[in-house]
Design a protein around this ligand. Structure first.
Ligand code: S3P
Length: 164
C-alpha cells in the first residue's frame, strides 16, 4: 500500500473529479481504476459488462485495484470495488476517504449516463438499493467521511485535504 489517498463512494459521488483535483493540487499522480481498466482493455466498462459479464469485470477490478494501491498518489476506486473482500482487506490501514452522497444528488450527477451499466433502466431505484447495500462496506473501509451533497468538487477537495 503506497497510495497517499484512496477515494471510495457510490457512482456520482465525485471520486474521479475530486481525486484529480487533489492530485493536481499536491503535484502527485492520479489514477482512476475504471479509466485504467478501460485504457488497458480498449473497452468501456459498459462494454466489459455486456461482453464478458459482471464477474469478469469484478475480477479485473480487484486485480487492478490491488496493483494501483501500490502506486504513489491519489486513487479513485470504482463504486463497487468494496464488494470484494480482498479489496476491503487490502484497504486496511490505508488513508481511505468515503465521499458520501445522497440518492438525489448521485442521481443528478450520473444522470442517464449509459456508461454505468448497473444503473441502467431505473437510476434512482437502483441507486437506493446500491447505497443501502454498500453503505456498511464504505463505512468499513473508510478512515474518514466527507458529505458531498450540494458541494462543488473544489469544496469537497478542500474538505478532504483538511483531513489529511
Ligand atoms: C460500479 C461503479 C462504476 C463502475 C462500474 C460498476 C458499481 O464506477 O466501476 O460501472 O458497481 O457501483 P463509478 O463509481 O466510478 O461510477
Amino acid at each position: 500500500m503506497t497510495a497517499r489517498l484512496v477515494l471510495v463512494g457510490a457512482p456520482g459521488s465525485g471520486k474521479s473529479t475530486v481525486g484529480a483535483l487533489l492530485a493536481q493540487r499536491w503535484g502527485e499522480p492520479f489514477a482512476d481504476v475504471d479509466a485504467v481498466i478501460e485504457a488497458r482493455t480498449h473497452k468501456s466498462v459498459a462494454e466489459i459488462f455486456a461482453d464478458d459479464g459482471e464477474p469478469a469485470f469484478r475480477a479485473l477490478e480487484e486485480a487492478t485495484t490491488a496493483e494501483l494501491l501500490d502506486e504513489p498518489g491519489v486513487l479513485a476506486l470504482g463504486g463497487g470495488a468494496v464488494l470484494s473482500e480482498a479489496t476491503r482487506g487490502a484497504l486496511h490501514g490505508a488513508p481511505v476517504v468515503w465521499l458520501k452522497v445522497s440518492v438525489a444528488h448521485a442521481a443528478g450527477r450520473v444522470g442517464l449516463n449509459e456508461a454505468r451499466p448497473l444503473l441502467l433502466g431505473n437510476v434512482r431505484g437502483r441507486l437506493v438499493k446500491l447505497l443501502a447495500e454498500r453503505a456498511p462496506l464504505y463505512a468499513e473501509v473508510a478512515t474518514a467521511t466527507v458529505d458531498t451533497d450540494g458541494l462543488p468538487a473544489a469544496e469537497v477537495a478542500d474538505r478532504v485535504a483538511a483531513l489529511m
